[in-house]
Design a protein around this ligand. Sequence first.
Ligand SMILES: *[C@@H]1O[C@H](CO)[C@@H](O)[C@H](O)[C@H]1NC(C)=O
Ligand SMILES: *[C@@H]1O[C@H](CO)[C@@H](O)[C@H](O)[C@H]1NC(C)=O
Ligand SMILES: *[C@@H]1O[C@H](CO)[C@@H](O)[C@H](O)[C@H]1NC(C)=O
Ligand SMILES: [Cu+2]
Length: 678
Amino acid sequence: MPSTSRKIFILSLLSIFSLSTATSHPHRHGHPHPLDPLTPSEFTLIQTIITNSYQASNHSPTFQYVGLDEPDKPATISWLSKPNPTTAPPRRALVIARHDKQTHEITVDLSARSIVSDQIYTGHGYPLLTFEEQIAASELPLSYPPFLESVKKRKLNVSDVVCSTFSVGWFGEDDTSRVLKIQCFYTGGTVNLYMRPVEGITLVVDLDEMKITEYYDRLRVPVPKAEGTDYRASEQKPPFGPQLKGAATMQPDGPGFEIDGHTIRWANWAFHLGFDVRAGPIISLASIYDIDQHTFRKVMYKGYISELFVPYMDPTEEWYYKTFFDLGEFGFGQSASSLEPLNDCPANSVFMDGYYAGQNGKPIKLSNVFCIFEKHAGNVAWRHTETSIPGKVVREVRPEVSLVVRMVSTVGNYDYILDWEFKPSGSINVQVGLTGILEVRGVTYTRTDQIKQDAHGTLLADNTIGVYHDHFLTYYLDLDVDGEANSFVKNNLEMKRVTDNSSPRKSYWTVVSETAKTEADARIQLGLKPAELVVVNPNKRTKLGNNIGYRLIPGSNTGPLLSDDDYPQIRGAFTKYNIWVTPYNKSEKWAGGQYADRSRGDDTLAIWSFRNRGIENEDVVLWYTIGFHHVPCQEDFPVMPTLSSGFEIRPTNFFERNPLLKTKPPKKVDWPNCTTRP
Ligand SMILES: *[C@@H]1O[C@H](CO)[C@@H](O)[C@H](O)[C@H]1NC(C)=O
Ligand SMILES: *[C@@H]1O[C@H](CO)[C@@H](O)[C@H](O)[C@H]1NC(C)=O
Ligand SMILES: *[C@@H]1O[C@H](CO)[C@@H](O)[C@H](O)[C@H]1NC(C)=O
Ligand SMILES: [Cu+2]
């Protein structure tokens, strides 16, 4: 759910920064990398081309999504192997626009400065919601007489009311027009508006008409009080908690990484970092240098978050529809926050900006959207102490250093901290941290013993229920392990019994490998059944003959608790399995479908997978869902301490030996006046 306050801030930025500050982005060698995100001047060019082509119409289309229409994978790969400006694949953009109540899919060729195709989408669902239309909708109640009457009846000051927009989902209706619901909050005496819902009032806004079409005022429960909800340091009163001491990472020789356009090189890694208004960070072309083979070896063609499904568990009138698709409806990139140096990211960070197209098509700059830093967290990369050799003690320790790419997306009340961490060992650690403000329901209760029926949440403060909900983040991982053709292998750990008295043991476990032939073989609900899940290159082996691979180490095995026939779950069916593997298909990008708003579940990963295509020795995509069931607790009030989860993709017989063995440890840095206590 998008935050109104932030939306207003963006709107004011719009007028200041759009276009006039949009300078063209210089590219090395005079040509963009084929996966570079669209530049401000490209957004401007697209806007001009489309506006010109719709000149005859008396109004311009609205730009719901503008992003790179990346070249086909083979074209990208072959061009990257011999970059030559004259043979560069065409630079194209995909625009999804609304015009005359229709959704247009427009492909623009930037080199030819022309529209390649403009098709009307007639399927179910709608594109990304723009900030501008959400702001416009959220302001409608403030001049709507029945709403003002309701505010007055509650004895609230209308000047303190802030309204927010909510996507409405789909519950089997045949008619799904493009609407949002609106609920309002009260700011008086706090900035934490989400903790002060004005419960019971729901408005429905038709976005194409930009009009209120339905109005409900049902309940009358108190607005939770402001006291204790503010999270700003300036508003806290004694007694205070402990004073934490500061620390800094110093890099007197500068950072160890190099950023060339959007390509980042660090230690043995090289990868490309893109920004998309829907996905946020996109990591492409991750490859790792192998000192034995004297070459970079492919690991991942592309990785990004494909959808984030957040269903709430309160089925009552004001809450049942809250089943959000935060990427496909609100845009993780669109919702990105500017990172705050020293707090969001350490002192040794380098920042990058991002751009997206506003509703009018003009570029909007998001400053400091990414930070990139070397992380020295005090961990050990490997160690050993050897005391068994008479007369000596051998001790070898390597401190761990990794490279982190971070973005924070604030989708209304919630903040998601997204990290991609690269390690010299060859691992990629992907982490997501959930923080920010819970979505709460106003109630009459002030103590749990007053609650006689299911409250669908936890009482967090007077009149405040933190509603049960889930977060499912589905990652798209197009691994290309040492090449495109890969297989997915389940190395099942199975118990064997000793039946022939050949051993005093009665049992042991061993590995029984199973290569997934089709998509059905790769749908996995993680549980207690142990298996190593490996993407292998079946065409290459180590010198010893093992299959070259990268394995997925899942971080959580959370699955949906909704019934399969429940509408949100039909739309969110891609969460049914923690793991899916599909053959690569350029158009299968968004696990919840291209048109997630009001979708009906007919274009999800689940639907694609049920075609049951062959995935053995093919270019495959691994999809993994990090899930959280969130039972709110009092510590989540008034702002939630970060709750993290993640997963690792880790080389498994990819290298001939531990690649850290010959990695030179970090240089010792003299820290002025710092003593290490014994
Ligand atoms: C409304 O505003 C008045 C004047 O600022 C203030 O005294 C009153 O407490 C406010 N009422 C509420 C419910 O916030
Ligand atoms: C690629 O995916 C789209 C959408 O699921 C589908 O219509 C198309 O048939 C797929 N192509 C192949 C070759 O499977
Ligand atoms: C370190 O300590 C010395 C002696 O106390 C002091 O003169 C010097 O300024 C300090 N250096 C830094 C960088 O704080
Ligand atoms: Cu949560």
